[in-house]
Design a protein around this ligand. Structure first.
Ligand SMILES: CC(C)(COP(=O)(O)OP(=O)(O)OC[C@H]1O[C@@H](n2cnc3c(N)ncnc32)[C@H](O)[C@@H]1OP(=O)(O)O)[C@@H](O)C(=O)NCCC(=O)NCCS
Length: 394
């Protein structure tokens, strides 16, 4: 088996959902998802000029709502829209919210067995142009069958977040406090410039026709208080605990990582920044859906031969506040090491992009703080989860 190294990981800022009634158009609303992905490809090639574009053999790219502008093999369209040559292939994958983490896991596995030397892996979601649910417009033509519905009660993810809160005894106070902390940490990290090395500034035109650049996550609400958010409606369950401020925000974004073999790193004079120690995918009951991160984390640790206390930083996707709270409580993970720069509750969750965003954030955090091991985990729809442990190398 050959070595595989992470050389770079970049992302866009998260662009907001348009609110036509409020006269606001999302930053990326007019940018095609293929173009957004191509901008990141060009940016990562630009940051690593010693890698000849013709040596990039494949782009593995995830989207979750794989219809309209995110349908077909969007990865290949991104290749053709970018500065990559026609010789670079492209493959689209869908593992819902953990899709772009899976893209990197597949890149790593393929390089290690010798199938590639240089691969790009990432994902994107344009929730303005391809809204949540637009892959379910025709109820008579869905992949799910009546037989599956008889076996499992399929509910919206927000409902699963309510089920998780009840199952793990997570209180309203804990949910509100966690949601406020996510906003505070994201705001502090942004103001401190902690995302600068990972975010590629993207030019756009605002609703007044003025040229602008998005170089940050635009959804953060630093004025959030527990009192204010407690008064918000509970959209998923009457009398429930999950409100909009405890849910990941709907937004647009993209992520991209450059993976190379040991030989390619040497040949192109690249500095290996990290390597993958383990990956774990885990399925749970699709009704509860969101707690696969718990067994997934256990398996990833076992595979890496590490214990929880050896992990320096954790990034868990804040799909809903009950998910990280249940995971921390069950596994005994100290919150001081978790999402130290905030998470999707504050910054948004562009589904297919988020795994790669967390990878970029983790890599930069380990480097900045001179730490070694990072664990990234995301719950995913239909009762799945993806978990990865990386080791910083330089
Ligand atoms: C929860 C959800 C339905 C809310 O959608 P929404 O109503 O469009 O959300 P908004 O951002 O408009 O927030 C609703 C209200 O809460 C307010 N709000 C949200 N966060 C807040 C905060 N931190 N502090 C104060 N108010 C807040 C908004 O300002 C808005 O108020 P308004 O109606 O007066 O304008 C949506 O965000 C969602 O479905 N999230 C989960 C996405 C998902 O399932 N992802 C995949 C699985 S992880």
């Amino acid at each position: 088996m050959q070595d595989c190294y992470l050389i770079d990981a970049v992302r866009t800022g998260r662009g907001r959902l348009s609110r036509p009634k409020k006269g606001f158009i999302g930053e990326f609303a007019e940018i095609h998802p293929t173009s957004l992905g191509a901008m990141l490809v060009d940016a990562i090639l630009g940051r690593n000029p010693s890698v000849p574009p013709e040596k990039v053999e494949d782009l593995i790219y995830s989207t979750t709502i794989a219809v309209k502008e995110q349908a077909q093999d969007i990865a290949r369209w991104i290749v053709l829209a970018s500065k990559l040559p026609v010789t670079t292939s492209g493959v689209h994958l869908n593992r819902f919210c953990s899709g772009s983490l899976q893209a990197s896991a597949f890149a790593n596995a393929s390089i290690r067995v010798g199938d590639y030397d240089v691969v790009l892996a990432g994902g994107g979601e344009h929730m303005n142009r391809v809204p949540l649910g637009s892959d379910r417009n025709d109820p008579a033509r869905l992949a799910i069958t009546d037989a599956i519905r008889e076996k499992y009660k399929i509910v919206p993810q927000g409902m699963s977040a309510e089920i998780i809160s009840e199952k793990y005894g997570i209180s309203q106070e804990e949910i509100n406090a966690f949601s406020v902390r996510s906003q505070q940490k994201a705001h502090a990290a942004t103001e401190a410039g902690k995302f600068k090395n990972e975010i590629i500034p993207i030019a756009y035109t605002d609703q007044d026709g003025n040229p602008q650049v998005l170089d940050r996550d635009s959804n953060i609400k630093p004025g959030t208080t527990a009192e204010k958010i407690n008064a918000l409606p509970r959209p998923f369950k009457e009398g429930g605990v999950i409100h909009a401020a405890a849910s990941s925000g709907i937004c647009d974004g993209s992520s991209m990582a450059l993976w190379v073999s040991g030989d390619a790193a040497k040949e192109f004079g690249l500095k290996p920044r990290a390597r993958i120690l383990s990956n774990a995918n885990w399925g749970v009951n699709p009704t509860e859906m969101l707690d696969g991160v718990i067994p997934g984390t256990r398996l990833a640790l076992k595979r890496a031969g590490l214990t929880l206390d050896q992990i320096d930083r954790f990034e868990i996707n804040e799909a809903f506040a009950s998910v990280p709270l249940a995971w921390m409580k069950t596994l005994g993970i100290p919150e001081e090491k978790v999402n130290v720069n905030g998470g999707a509750i504050a910054m948004g969750h562009p589904l297919g992009a988020t795994g790669g965003i967390l990878l970029a954030t983790m890599l930069n955090e380990l480097e900045r703080e001179d730490l070694r091991y990072g664990l990234i985990t995301l719950c995913a729809a239909q009762g799945m989860s993806g978990t990865m442990i990386i080791e910083r190398l330089s």
